[in-house]
Write a protein that binds this ligand. Structure first.
Ligand code: PMP
Length: 356
């Protein structure tokens, strides 16, 4: 605390990212990173972009990258907004669409950055309970509110809802923005981008951090009708005109075009995810049905906090979220086949010690 802080800074509760250990080599299954690395072609393009041109500012409108993404999605460029990771895109959307409009609705168990943005921008929020199986009922999202945020698939549960359910929320709320956060959509669920032409209140947010393995580069984007994109651009250009550097712009475009690498690696992740879910279920875990690159699991014989510690002692990092509903669960990112095997071995031996 400092007397120089603006008063609201005292009340901020910042988001806490997963640990990035420096001291020891862990099997890192705690931040939903992709185990396979970025497209080799994208890496080559990034290396080539590291030249004299870096003395110039990057393109503030990210024209080429917007063109590539919009073309891939069958839309025009004015439907796409680019930001420094989807976290920044989300921040601009909360700031640009939800202020002075009533509480923002999102599930009680979801991405913990949403309440953080509400505090930052001084927005009221209403946390709508998921059912006891962590399922979302679209009927719960109506009535007066300032906006709606749904992560689909949800995090940290991994559960996806169908496009018909998203469409239902959109039609019930024609006068407010419905933001669908699709950070994990490429691991087996359906994207709401196809609904953009019919719904002027839909903003879909995606990232290059997960399925394109570029978390370290910070590239995210939003897709919506041009009036929403223009709103985001106004906020962005009042904050930072150059959110993406030249290497990120070039690398993301190359990664977007490398369909083969994208398809190959996401399939590997999905296959290992399902095999790991089966193996953990076989050990007595309750594992929620995941359409992401992580699993949300709990075990009746050991608490989430105890299992987190025991796995850490075995050199494996996973993520634990305190709280009444999530405290007994762990979120486990899908690693390589070998890393998943090491995880299952470790949980097996921890459980046999715990129950001996
Ligand atoms: N949305 C969700 C649901 C996430 O889990 C994450 C990753 N922490 C993000 C958005 C942000 O990802 P990034 O800023 O790396 O694009």
């Amino acid at each position: 605390m400092s007397r120089f802080w603006s008063p609201f800074v005292r009340d901020l509760v910042p988001y806490v990212p997963g640990e990035q250990p420096k001291d020891k080599v862990f099997i890192k299954l705690n931040t939903n990173e992709n185990p396979y690395g970025p497209s080799p072609h994208a890496l080559e393009v990034i290396r080539d972009a590291a030249g004299d041109d870096l003395r110039r500012y990057p393109d503030p409108m990210a024209t080429d990258l917007r063109a590539a993404i919009s073309e891939g999605l069958g839309l025009t460029e004015d439907h796409v907004f680019i930001g420094n990771g989807s976290d920044e895109v989300l921040a601009h959307a909360f700031n640009g669409f939800f202020r002075d409009k009533g509480p923002v609705l999102f599930p009680d168990v979801t991405y913990s950055f949403y309440p953080t943005y509400c505090r930052l921008f001084e927005l009221a929020s209403h946390h709508v309970p998921l059912d006891e199986d962590f399922r979302l009922d679209p009927e719960d999202y109506r009535g007066s509110c300032g906006g709606i945020v749904i992560a689909n698939p949800n995090a940290p549960t991994g559960i996806a809802i169908g496009l018909d359910e998203i469409a239902h929320v959109l039609s019930r709320n024609p006068d407010r923005v419905v933001l669908v956060d699709e950070a994990y959509v490429d691991f087996g669920s359906e994207s709401a981008v196809s609904l953009v032409p019919e719904h002027d209140n839909l903003l879909v947010v995606q990232t290059f951090s997960k399925s394109r393995s570029l978390a370290g580069m910070r590239v995210g984007f939003a897709v919506g009708q041009p009036h929403l994109i223009e709103g985001l651009l106004r906020v962005k250009d009042s904050f930072n005109s150059y959110p993406l550097d030249q290497l990120a712009l070039a690398g993301a475009k190359a990664a977007w075009h490398d369909r083969n690498w994208f398809e190959e690696t996401r399939k590997l992740v999905m296959t290992d995810r399902d095999a790991t879910a089966d193996a953990l279920s076989g050990q007595g875990f309750r594992v929620l049905p995941s359409k992401t690159n992580f699993l949300f699991a709990s075990h009746p014989d050991i608490s989430g906090a105890a299992l987190l510690e025991a796995l850490r002692n075995e050199g494996i990092l996973v993520r634990h979220f305190r709280g009444t509903r999530t405290g007994n669960w762990l979120r486990i990112s899908v690693g390589t086949k070998e890393e998943c095997g090491r995880l299952v071995e470790a949980t097996g031996s921890i459980l046999s010690r715990a129950t001996a």
